[in-house]
Design a protein around this ligand. Structure first.
Ligand SMILES: Nc1ncnc2c1ncn2[C@@H]1O[C@H](COP(=O)(O)OP(=O)(O)O)[C@@H](O)[C@H]1O
Ligand SMILES: [Mg+2]
Length: 361
């Protein structure tokens, strides 16, 4: 699949924009704060309904404007799909595919699939568990409609459970309602954990080879899912933790507290890896995501590379560029130096300056 074009109206710092992409490599370059990431964000939004930065719709709308429009044309197996999005300040966004309104994000599934790669992704092993959960959730939410719906139900229920835990200190008689929340939480949570484990198993099969090659045969990597419930079922765990949860007024175990462990030669590199080792493993993880997505969707995703190249040394840069020549990419960078000494062929170059974009080749 590819993205053919993107039109923006009053989105972030773009008043009006009309961009046509090349089916292969597109570079957006320019100084900081000119609007490069905003373009990748708009593309990601059009495929997932969410900003990769987690920004709310009202903040994506250009300052001083009431609403914002995005129109993306994707092409899959030779068929065009026009995705229209209409962002509003105080109500949910309107979405239409080929002029037919859709209600749920899940209905966009299968039209276009993005893999977003940002500098923060290179810190995914060094940083805390939240980023590792986000990695799994962002990808699975694009791959699996059922997961997306289980996750949004789980998040809703956990918020309700946590508010109830706070209220319980004032109204003891509410304790009966906790059973109802726990039952539902266990149901959705268990499905989330199972699906994540399956996903990590699939990533594991791919990453070992990629990481072995990327480290020139020096390192073997293995991922494992670390469930905060240990060997218990979520239901048992919620029951066991009830007193504690009531005391601390929050839910202490469940998929929202789980983690992903990375071992190299049996060493937990989250804690004991060198910075270089952690970043290389993070790159392997991202490359594995691309490969896995290709297999699972039986198509090529669109890769959005946000300012990542300048974060990598020559060897890793080359490895990354060599790995992605067969898919459509939109790459942002501050300069074109990174590409000078590489055989990587660039098809379109755009210069981004203060909310407007000029084609350069
Ligand atoms: N809602 C908004 N309305 C207008 N401008 C915005 C909005 N949100 C962000 N911006 C502007 O977008 C610019 C940052 O764009 P970004 O794409 O992140 O830059 P970069 O080129 O560094 O990737 C900043 O100048 C910021 O002020
Ligand atoms: Mg940026």
């Amino acid at each position: 699949m590819i993205i053919k074009s993107l039109k923006l109206k009053n989105y972030r710092n773009y008043e009006l924009l009309d961009l046509n992409f090349d089916p292969k490599t597109n570079i957006l370059y320019g100084d900081n704060a000119q609007g490069k990431t905003n373009i990748l964000e708009a593309l990601y939004l059009s495929g997932t309904t969410k900003s990769h930065r987690g920004t709310k719709d009202r903040d994506l709308i250009q300052f001083g404007c009431g609403e914002s429009h995005l129109e993306t044309i994707a092409n899959k197996h030779g068929v065009d799909y026009k995705i229209d999005m209409h962002l509003k300040k105080n109500s949910p966004k309107g979405i239409a595919v080929n002029k037919i309104p859709i209600r749920r994000a899940g209905e966009l599934f299968g039209i276009v699939h993005f893999v977003f790669f940002s500098p923060e992704d290179l810190n995914v092993i060094k940083d805390g568990p939240a980023g590792r959960r986000r990695f799994i959730d962002f990808e699975l939410s694009q791959l699996d409609k059922v997961y997306l719906s289980n996750l949004s139900n789980y998040n809703r229920i956990i918020n309700q459970r946590n508010s109830l835990l706070k209220e319980l200190s004032f109204q003891k008689n509410l304790i009966d309602t906790l059973d109802i929340w726990d039952m539902q939480l266990a149901e959705y949570g268990t499905k989330i954990i199972e699906r994540r484990k399956e996903f990590i198993k699939q990533v594991n099969e791919i990453i070992s080879n990629i990481h072995y090659k990327l480290t020139g045969g020096k390192e073997r990597i293995a991922l494992s899912y670390e469930a905060s419930i240990g060997n218990m079922t979520l239901e048992e765990c919620l029951r066991k933790n009830r007193e504690k949860d009531m005391k601390f007024k929050s839910t202490s175990a469940g998929p929202h507290r789980d983690d992903l462990c990375f071992r190299v030669d049996n060493l937990d590199i989250r804690k004991f890896g060198s910075q270089g080792q952690q970043r290389t493993a993070a790159l392997s993880l991202k490359l594995s995501e691309i490969e896995l997505v290709k297999v699972l969707i039986r198509d090529t995703p669109v890769l959005l590379l946000d300012d990542v190249l300048s974060e990598l040394d020559k060897h890793r840069q080359n490895y990354l560029l060599d790995s992605i020549h067969d898919i459509q990419t939109v790459i942002t960078c501050t300069g074109l130096d990174e590409f000078v000494n590489h055989r990587f062929s660039i098809n379109k170059i755009f210069h981004v300056k203060n909310g407007s974009i000029a084609r350069e080749n």
